[in-house]
Design a binder for this molecule. Structure first.
Ligand SMILES: NC(=O)c1ccc[n+]([C@@H]2O[C@H](COP(=O)([O-])OP(=O)(O)OC[C@H]3O[C@@H](n4cnc5c(N)ncnc54)[C@H](OP(=O)(O)O)[C@@H]3O)[C@@H](O)[C@H]2O)c1
Length: 338
């Protein structure tokens, strides 16, 4: 165990695409767990698109990260000193304690993980927040029916891969949009989507017409920008647009002018946004449904695990440019469960 802690803090607010100089490495004393807390050693850190919003300083549904503060993030780790009867030294757990190697955290805020149920890293991906996002967005808003056409953007990513697989299990025809031939091949051949489209193809509209001959009934929106502009006019009457995220626009200082929403009325569309954190209490539902499917290989996932806390800023910047391939994690320390 290290004598000291290491953290990544926000040095200044990024303008446009973040650069490594927006972040700083800080060393700190090892935190001391109080009664009811545990000292957790980080093994995997989750890097997620929402972090771009947190470091921008814009107040939204969550408080922004302050200058000099540790960047927010969820971690899977191992208990190295427990001062709570619910955890023993050596237990695995996940919780939100930021871009750092160690943290003393209240035991009540941690989810205990059983490596026999699924690899512990999945608590940050398919069985964690991104998986929940796909599950909630699809079951509450998208509600695909057998035979309908579902389009999912950022389809090879943490949320999109799960959303598409779940829609397919409900009998829908699923078309994934992803960046580049390798991701498209993965989406079709490994995840089993019916078709895939490279969002860099010169005529996205024509590619959508070909892949969705009966139009689009559900659009699971992860990207925004040019992809949204191409999908929107192809939505069928009574289509549902699951507004999950618009990562292509997160670095734009001024929002792009939106589509003309007249069609929302004409086609009786349903466009609804959601924040996965509002449905925290349903996490057990997802784990009960998805963990056996992950174990049996019927639900597939891919992780992109980068080395070392110090490289987290670089990896995060890559996420905003599509350089990750699968759920982006950073390895903070040894994983004795593997
Ligand atoms: N509403 C909620 O509660 C909630 C919760 C979690 C996540 N989200 C949202 O869900 C979306 C996906 O998140 P994730 O964690 O699954 O990330 P991810 O898909 O694993 O990674 C981000 C992906 O976005 C794509 N991308 C980045 N810039 C793009 C651009 N300019 N144009 C098109 N695609 C671009 C890239 O894939 P390609 O290479 O394929 O382009 C990149 O790999 C994000 O918008 C995120 O904010 C929302």
């Amino acid at each position: 165990m290290l004598e000291r802690n290491r953290q990544i803090v926000l040095k200044r607010r990024p303008s446009g695409l973040p650069v490594p100089e927006d972040f700083a490495i800080a060393d700190a004393p090892l935190p001391e767990p109080q009664a009811g807390e545990v000292l957790l050693r980080g093994i995997y850190l989750s890097l997620d698109p929402y972090m771009r919003g947190r470091i921008s300083g814009v107040r939204s549904y969550a408080r922004p990260t302050g200058i000099g503060e540790v960047i927010e993030g969820r971690v899977v780790g191992q208990v190295v000193r427990s001062r709570d009867p619910a955890f023993r030294d050596g237990d695995y757990a996940s919780g939100g304690y930021g871009w750092q190697l160690y943290s003393a955290v209240p035991a009540g805020g941690l989810l205990k993980l059983d490596p026999a149920e699924a690899p512990i890293s999945t608590a940050l991906g398919i069985l964690g927040m991104p998986g929940m996002t796909a599950y909630v967005g699809l079951s509450d808003i998208g509600q695909p029916k057998a035979g309908e056409t579902v389009v999912v953007s950022a389809a090879s990513g943490a949320v999109g891969a799960v959303a598409g697989q779940l829609a397919r299990r409900q009998g829908a025809r699923v078309v994934g949009i992803a960046g580049g031939a390798e991701k498209c091949r993965y989406v079709e051949e490994e995840l089993g989507f019916d078709a895939s489209i490279d969002h860099r193809s010169p005529d996205l509209g024509a590619a959508l017409d070909q892949a969705c001959p009966k139009g689009i009934d559900v659009y699971f929106e992860n990207v925004g920008g040019a992809v949204q502009a191409a999908v929107f006019p192809r939505l069928n009457d009574f289509a549902r647009m699951v507004m999950c995220g618009m990562i292509a626009e997160y670095n734009d200082p001024t929002p792009l002018p939106g589509p003309n929403l007249g069609a929302v009325v004409r086609k009786r569309l349903k466009i609804q946004g959601f924040i996965v954190g509002d449905q925290r209490q349903r996490h057990g539902e997802l784990r009960a449904m998805a963990a056996p499917l992950v174990r049996s290989g019927q639900l597939k996932y891919r992780e992109d695990i980068g080395p070392g806390l110090e490289r987290a800023p670089e990896a995060f910047i890559g996420l905003l440019q599509g350089r990750n391939f699968g759920k982006l994690l950073v390895k903070l320390g040894d994983d004795p469960s593997r």
